[in-house]
Ligand binder design. Sequence first.
Ligand SMILES: [Zn+2]
Length: 328
Amino acid sequence: MTNTSFSRRTLFKGAGLIATGATASTGFVQPVFAEGNSPFPVRPIANRFKLGSFEVTTFFDGAVQLDGPHPIFGQNVSAADVQKLARENFLPEKRMEIGFTPTLVRAGDNLVLFDAGNGDSTGRRPNAGNLVSIMKHIGISPDDITHVVITHMHPDHIGGLMEGGKPTFKNAAYITNASEFDFWTAKERLSGGTERTAKLVQSNVKPLSEKFSFIKAGDDIVNGITTLEAAGHTPGHMAVHVESEGDRLVLIADATNHHVVSLQRPDWHVRFDMDKQKAAHTRKNLLGMIAADRIPFIGYHMPFPSVGYLEAKGAGFRYEAASYQLGL
Ligand SMILES: [Zn+2]
């Protein structure tokens, strides 16, 4: 937190009463609210719901505001096309926000964390890297995490693995796709376009090598949590299927990075996708399954609390943010 522009104290100023008062016996916790060094925005930082006997918590690690969606999104279409779609969906045409949403699943005795947020080691995102502070605030110690699953090794997912050169989640087993690990740890990635990420992999992933186990699509992480094929965004990018007592949920990680543009136009190319065609193919497959099965999903870059549903519509999908469906 030392690199962030607000201290933990200011982050949670005013949040205590809400958080303490809202811990219901149902296990459903109302969102608590973060407050930065400026009065706006004030917004939720954690959201928890039940899935069968599991408990799912999303964390608002932070967000960045930047120019876009075009040309980050819709690289293969005109700026005018992207701006028109933004306008139709009540979004600004030339500015956007991307949030970061690590997710924790309590499955029996296992506390499985999906991605580690930006952390403080990247030092480049003053309004992100809040995962651990929020975790502690709602009563979870990083030492309690039993598994850390890395969906892929982009900086916003591995930045939080280390804190001051030490593992943030010191008692956890680490899990990722072998092809993702092999790709980012190869020497040739340390130069050119992959340099920055590969260096972060050297400092944040490599020291944990001994604690990593490697899986492929279709493998179980723990009982009820299974990986899904989702390559394209990166070579070993994984999605995850969670099921408990017949209730299902998919974590799509970065299969889609924008709740309007990439969902309504899944064929549009995205700068962040390393293999544009494959990523589009994966996106349509995964989103098609979620829409057909009418199950909730969590996207790492969906607007917080990042839980929603999909309806197949035209060439893409309509996003319906979850409201009370998972809290009843
Ligand atoms: Zn990401």
